[in-house]
Write a protein that binds this ligand. Structure first.
Ligand code: NDP
Ligand code: GDR
Length: 386
């Protein structure tokens, strides 16, 4: 039997790493697109890496970028993939407010580039496409729980870019009969989650606090609610979506929502820490309105902002609120309804929230312990400039 060929954009990210491992185990030849960077950026897939001189490799990396049509077209022509998983994106919601144009280009138009390349290369019938859509599309709450038919109301440049990507995927499916599907995935985390997303920021910091390497943790809006699952479960849904006869769109979620505050408590309990919160007197909504509307700042005067800031920065033992992490427009509540994916795809997650928190906390404790031993052994003092 001939091996199936998959192309993964964003292979160096959290989901790309788990998905490539999963597909390799299924006997696929996996091609991935990675960006050129001045330092190695393949940490998450180094255990899968095969030297280019090895014959019949089943993992092949290509340099590329979602903002470069010619590059994407060439790679797709070379690889002739049976399946494309489009996971590449500037995926940080807060950062998208700082880089809105780039985010639109990479996350929105990038998806168009990929679809159009497949079409122009005459691969519309051969190649199935998975688009990494997101629960951020639901943004401002219109309905709970959120399902495939819930109207979208994006609340960040990231979500708006992803909304374009969602609809262009649907459009290419309808216009050209392509097997192109959206997975509307709710937040999913893991020990290899990027360190600036809230769950990993929390588990890393608590691990360091337990080991005496850090005293406190600064967070933003503690009241936001997220439906968190484990990335290992969610990449299986991506695969299942592309194995269906008909292309379609699916919500992937657990159906349970939790505040950031409770995630901190759970993670703390895992390592015997009773968390104390300080700075919660800050009126999050007022602060968000203030940074959103300059008019508001003029009306209430800078002193009110100073007052909010001073509330936030009072001395506290462990967790402090820092309004710097508030977003100009926030997504307050996400809770997904996974009925369609469970019944049609037969998708069943193995991890619940407690299992996820345990996995992440244990992994970060190990990582920070290793770091401490290296420091004690003098292995972290290397200074390139000495
Ligand atoms: P990560 O941020 O961990 O990974 C993103 C990947 O995209 C990285 O490999 C990154 O490369 C790559 N990338 C970023 N910009 C470009 C670009 N311009 N050209 C090529 N590659 C690029 O994200 P996740 O793995 O968590 O998420 C995967 C996808 O799923 C993303 O599209 C995300 O928006 C979406 N999503 C994620 C959810 C989640 O909870 N994790 C939920 C719903 C959707 P590099 O390593 O060099 O930075
Ligand atoms: P999100 O994830 O924006 O949902 O996007 P993130 O973990 O960044 O934020 C979740 C919630 O936590 C609040 N928060 C903080 N967030 C961060 N990053 N840092 C903090 O210090 C902090 N304090 C509180 C946020 O305000 C927010 O409400 C993720 C990404 O993976 C997207 O790519 C993906 O599409 C969605 O999940 C589904």
């Amino acid at each position: 039997m001939t091996q199936k060929v998959a192309l993964i954009t964003g292979i160096t990210g959290q989901d790309g790493a788990y998905l490539s491992e999963f597909l390799l185990k299924k006997g696929y030849i996996v091609h991935g697109i990675k960006r050129r960077s001045s330092l190695f950026n393949t940490d998450r897939i180094d255990h899968l890496y095969q030297d280019p001189h090895v014959e019949n490799r089943n993992l092949v990396l290509h340099y590329g970028d979602m903002t470069d049509s010619m590059n994407l077209t060439r790679i797709i022509q070379e690889v002739q993939p049976d399946e494309i998983y489009n996971l590449a994106a500037m995926s940080h919601v807060k950062v998208s407010f700082d880089t809105p144009e780039y985010t639109a280009n990479a996350d929105g138009i990038g998806t168009l580039r990929l679809l159009e390349a497949v079409r122009l290369l005459g691969l519309s019938e051969k190649t199935r496409i998975y688009q990494a859509s997101t629960s951020e599309l639901y943004g401002l709450v219109q309905e709970v729980p959120q399902k495939e038919t819930t109207p979208f109301y994006p609340r960040s440049p990231y979500a708006v870019a992803k909304m374009y990507a969602y609809w262009i995927t649907v459009n290419y499916r309808e216009a050209y009969g392509m097997h192109a599907s959206n997975g509307i995935l709710f937040n999913h985390e893991s020990p290899i989650r990027g360190e600036t997303f809230v769950t990993r920021k929390i588990t890393r910091a608590l691990a360091r606090i337990v080991l005496g390497q850090q005293e406190q943790l600064f967070l933003g809006n503690l009241s936001a609610k997220r439906d968190w699952g484990h990335a290992k479960d969610y990449i299986k849904a991506m695969y299942l979506i592309l194995q269906q006869e008909q292309a379609d769109d699916y919500v992937i979620a657990t159906g349970i929502t939790t505040t950031i505050r409770d995630f901190v408590r759970k993670a703390g309990a895992e390592v015997g820490l009773e968390i104390q919160f300080k700075g919660e007197g800050v009126d999050e909504q007022a602060f968000i309105a203030a940074i959103d509307e300059k008019v508001f700042i003029d009306q209430v005067g800078a002193s009110y902002l100073d007052h909010l800031l001073s509330l936030a920065q009072k001395q506290a033992p462990i967790v402090k609120v820092d309004p710097a992490y508030f977003r100009p427009t926030e997504v307050d509540l996400l809770i997904g309804d996974p009925t369609k994916s469970k019944t049609k795809l037969g998708w069943e997650p193995e991890y619940d929230l407690d299992g996820l928190v345990k996995d992440m906390m244990q992994s970060d404790i190990q990582l920070m312990q290793k770091d401490a031993w290296l420091r004690e052994g003098g292995y972290r003092t290397l200074n390139y400039f000495e």
